[in-house]
Design a protein around this ligand. Structure first.
Ligand SMILES: NC(=O)C1=CN([C@@H]2O[C@H](COP(=O)(O)OP(=O)(O)OC[C@H]3O[C@@H](n4cnc5c(N)ncnc54)[C@H](OP(=O)(O)O)[C@@H]3O)[C@@H](O)[C@H]2O)C=CC1
Ligand SMILES: O=C(O)C1=N[C@H](C(=O)O)C[C@H](O)C1
Length: 268
């Protein structure tokens, strides 16, 4: 597991110890950090697990089957290259990749099984699966705005989840998200562009993660909201993905694949 000392790393270790079929093989942290050499279980508050945190992925590649990666984007990408070079499966939860970085990830997924998901929760992925149908049923006259709120330490905006939801809306309308997205409004942006998909980001204190899709028509508004009350749901999703991906052929998967939502039934 990479970035084991982070908010997600600790949540993952705490969740993992409750799964008898899973074992922490190795724990990676930031070079120079004062927690290097500490037991990863103790760091997560669940007692010693006999795995100390080290700062070199290449030194522990033989100690695990699946790399669970939640480091900042640039670090995650380096570790993905190392995992791919030694044929390890990967669960990638990090967000904030630029277009070129994403193209590198897409290429790496041709040689290893890789689950990439900006949000590992069941709720967000069920929403993602059904959103294209909801949007298509409402029609073009409904304005779509995507709101997200996170803790003050978050580096990227809009969140990876907001982008995933935006892509699902765009798919439901048969358009390219980049062509219709309105990322920002300030100054005098003028009236709302018909058919655009708007994004808004809030950052405050210790908010875990909240996402709302507004679908607003004349005289009514449908709001679809997911609120994460803790990081446990993300951690459980990532562990589920790790169990799932271990037996897969090389390819680029997401949580829709892991959860069997790829062919969601029609809502009647
Ligand atoms: N897919 C999903 O469901 C979710 C995705 N995320 C995403 O996961 C990522 C991490 O989020 P979060 O845990 O909240 O962030 P944190 O900032 O809490 O954790 C990031 C960790 O990465 C560590 N790190 C930095 N450099 C290195 C390095 N060179 N090698 C190893 N570790 C390193 C940091 O170490 P140090 O502590 O020493 O600085 C820190 O512990 C973000 O991109 C976020 O958007 C978050 C939640 C859910
Ligand atoms: O940084 C976070 O905390 C989170 N990031 C993910 C994202 O960018 O969508 C998922 C979750 O909302 C928490």
């Amino acid at each position: 597991m990479d970035a084991v000392a982070g908010k997600m790393g600790r949540a993952l270790v705490a969740a993992l110890v409750e799964h008898a079929d899973l074992r922490l093989g190795a724990a990676i942290g930031r070079p120079g950090a004062d927690y290097l050499g500490e037991d990863a279980g103790r760091l997560a508050g669940v007692g010693d697990l006999g795995v100390v945190v080290c700062d070199r992925l290449d030194a522990v590649l033989d100690d695990f089957d699946v790399l669970i990666e939640f480091a900042p984007a640039d670090i995650a990408l380096k570790h993905l290259h190392a995992a791919a070079a030694s044929g390890r499966a990967v669960v990638l939860g990090s967000t904030g990749f630029g277009a070129e970085q994403q193209a590198e990830i897409d290429a790496l997924a041709r040689s290893i099984p890789l689950v990439q998901a900006p949000n590992m929760s069941v709720g967000v992925n069920v929403l993602t699966a059904f959103l294209p149908q909801i949007v298509a049923a409402l029609g073009e006259d409904y304005d779509v705005e995507i709101l997200e709120a996170h803790h003050g330490q978050k580096r990227d905006a809009p969140s990876g989840t907001a982008l995933q939801l935006g892509r699902a809306v765009a798919a439901g309308r048969g358009v390219d998200l980049d062509a219709v997205a309105c990322w920002d409004r300030n100054g005098a942006p003028g009236p709302r562009q018909p058919g655009s998909i708007g994004f808004a980001s809030l950052r405050a204190a210790d908010v875990v993660g909240e996402h709302s899709v507004w679908l607003a028509g004349a005289g009514e508004r449908l709001e679809l909201t997911h609120r994460a009350g803790s990081r446990r749901n993300f951690a459980e999703g990532a562990l589920r993905a790790a169990s799932w991906v271990r037996q897969r052929s090389p390819g680029h998967y997401d949580m829709q694949d892991v959860l069997g939502l790829r062919a969601a039934p029609r809502v009647r």
